[in-house]
Design a binder for this molecule. Structure first.
Ligand SMILES: Cc1cc2nc3c(=O)[nH]c(=O)nc-3n(C[C@H](O)[C@H](O)[C@H](O)COP(=O)(O)OP(=O)(O)OC[C@H]3O[C@@H](n4cnc5c(N)ncnc54)[C@H](O)[C@@H]3O)c2cc1C
Length: 403
C-alpha cells in the first residue's frame, strides 16, 4: 500500500521539533517522512548575535542534522525554490518532491521596509554564513585601521539599526568584543563608535520600561550611543542617513547592521498563500485555511494573541511549541483517525542578553536582571538543545560558563 508522504521544509526550531516528534509518533509503515534543509546542519538562530560579534565561534552554534534524526527520516540537503500547492509538490534547486502533507518551517527573511540601500550595504544577522561574514568584516575594519597613512575613524563606527531583541543582544556582545578588538589591533577605544538607531520612541518596544532602562544604561556604560525615535532613511556605501523630525544627518560608518525586523520566508508569499508580510494566519490546528494538508509553523506563521488582538511576535519559543502540536496533528492526519490538538501558546517569558553575565527579562511573570537573568538565559538556551536532542546534545553544545 502507498504510504502517505510527509514533507517538512526547514530544520530550524519548528522543523526539528516536528521531525523529532514525528519519528517517535509515526510508525515506519504509516508514512514516509522527508526533511529538507538548505544546510546539513541546524543552527541556533537565537545565538547568532554572539557568532556575529565574534564572542562565540559559529561552530558552537550549529550541529549536524543527521545526529538528531533517525533512519526513518529521509534527509534532503537542498534549497526550497517554490511550492506548487495545487500539484502538491515542492520545487528544490536540484529536484522536486511530492507531498501528501506539508509542514512549512522555513523561518524568516529580513524586513527592510523598503529603505533604500539596506539590501546592498547593510549586514544581517540571519544565518551562520551571515554571522561569519559580519564577524570577519568588523575584524577587517579594526585590522585595516592602523595600516592606513590617513586614519579613517569611520572604519571604527558600527551602526546597528533596531533596538529590538536582536539589536540589543548584538549590542551587548559588541560591548564585550570591541575592547578585545581594540587590544588585539592597537586601536584607541575612544576612536570607536557603536551607534544604535531606533525609529520607535523606546528601545525594546513592548518590554517592561524598568527593564528597558536597565538595558539602555548598561549598554551606554559599555559605550553604546542610542538614537531613539530616529529613523534610518537610507543606507549608503559608507554609512547611513537618519532623520528625526525634520532634521537629517549622515553618519559615516564602516559597518551597518540591520536588525530591525523580519517577515516570513519569501517562498511562502510566492506560493500564493494569503499572508501578511510572509506570515500566514493559520487555523487553530496550524493548518492553512483552505489547505488542510499544509501546516505552517514558526516565523512563517501568524497566531493572534486574543488578549490584545495582535499577532504574537515570532520567537523560537512559539516555534518549538508549535512543532509539538504540529507533529501530533500530522500524525492524526496521516492516520485519518483521532483528534487534532488545538494550538495555544504558553508564554513562559523572555530574556534578552546584554553580553557576558548580564541580561534582562521576565520569566514566569517575574522581572529579573543581571547575573540571575544571564543564568536564566543560558538555562533557556540549554533547554532548547535538550528539547531537540536530549541530554547528549546539551553536553556537546550547551552553555555551562555561568559566571
Ligand atoms: C539574533 C537573534 C536572537 C534571537 N533571540 C531569541 C530569543 O532569545 N528567544 C526567542 O524565542 N526567539 C529569539 N529569536 C527569534 C527566533 O530565532 C526565531 O523566531 C526562530 O528561529 C524561528 O524558528 P523557525 O523554525 O521558524 O525558523 P529557523 O529556526 O530560523 O529555521 C529555519 C530553517 O529553514 C532553513 N531554510 C530557510 N530557507 C530555506 C530554503 N529556501 N530552503 C531550505 N531551507 C531553508 C534555514 O536554513 C533554517 O535551518 C532571535 C532571533 C535572532 C536572529
Amino acid at each position: 500500500m502507498r504510504k502517505p508522504k510527509v514533507v517538512v521544509l526547514g530544520a530550524g526550531y519548528g522543523g526539528l521539533i516536528t521531525v523529532t516528534r514525528l519519528q517517535k509518533q509515526i510508525g515506519a509503515n504509516e508514512a514516509e517522512i522527508t526533511l529538507v534543509n538548505k544546510n546539513d546542519y541546524h543552527y541556533e538562530t537565537t545565538w547568532l548575535h554572539e557568532a556575529s560579534a565574534g564572542t562565540l565561534h559559529h561552530d558552537r552554534a550549529r550541529y549536524q542534522i543527521k545526529n538528531i534524526i533517525d533512519s526513518r527520516v529521509n534527509f534532503v540537503k537542498d534549497t526550497v525554490v517554490s511550492i506548487d500547492k495545487e500539484a502538491k509538490k515542492v520545487v528544490l534547486k536540484n529536484g522536486e518532491i511530492e507531498y501528501d502533507y506539508l509542514v512549512i518551517s522555513l523561518g524568516a527573511h529580513p524586513e527592510t521596509f523598503g529603505i533604500k540601500g539596506l539590501k546592498e550595504y547593510a549586514f544581517g544577522i540571519t544565518s551562520i554564513d551571515s554571522a561569519r561574514q559580519l564577524r570577519e568584516h568588523i575584524e577587517y575594519q579594526f585590522a585595516t585601521y592602523n595600516t592606513e597613512e590617513e586614519k579613517k575613524d569611520e572604519r571604527l563606527t558600527i551602526v546597528v539599526g533596531g533596538a529590538g531583541f536582536t539589536g540589543i543582544e548584538f549590542l551587548g556582545e559588541l560591548g564585550n568584543r570591541v575592547p578585545e578588538l581594540c587590544k588585539e589591533y592597537d586601536v584607541d577605544f575612544n576612536k570607536v563608535r557603536i551607534i544604535c538607531v531606533e525609529a520607535a520612541p523606546t528601545a525594546l518596544p513592548g518590554f517592561d520600561p524598568e527593564l528597558v532602562d536597565y538595558a539602555v544604561n548598561h549598554l551606554q556604560k559599555k559605550g553604546v550611543e542610542f538614537k531613539i525615535g530616529t529613523a534610518i532613511k537610507e543606507c549608503i556605501e559608507d554609512g547611513i542617513i537618519v532623520a528625526k523630525g525634520d532634521d537629517t544627518e549622515t553618519i559615516k560608518a564602516g559597518t551597518v547592521v540591520w536588525a530591525a525586523g523580519v517577515r516570513g520566508n519569501s517562498v511562502v508569499e510566492e506560493a500564493g498563500f494569503e499572508n501578511m508580510r510572509g506570515r500566514v494566519k493559520v487555523d487553530e490546528y496550524l493548518r492553512v485555511p483552505g489547505h488542510d494538508e499544509v501546516f505552517i509553523i514558526g516565523d512563517c506563521s501568524l497566531i493572534i494573541n486574543e488578549e490584545i488582538n495582535r499577532p504574537y511576535p515570532p520567537t523560537a519559543q512559539i516555534a518549538m511549541q508549535q512543532g509539538e502540536t504540529c507533529a501530533k496533528n500530522v500524525a492524526v492526519a496521516v492516520r485519518g483517525s483521532g483528534e487534532m490538538e488545538k494550538f495555544s501558546f504558553d508564554n513562559k517569558g523572555s530574556v534578552a542578553s546584554l553580553g557576558e553575565n548580564d541580561a534582562v527579562g521576565v520569566v514566569f511573570g517575574k522581572k529579573i536582571v543581571g547575573t540571575k537573568a544571564s543564568f536564566m538565559k543560558k538555562v533557556i538556551d540549554n533547554r532548547a538543545l535538550y528539547m531537540v536532542g536530549g541530554p547528549s546534545l546539551v553536553l556537546k553544545k550547551g552553555k555551562f560558563k555561568f559566571l
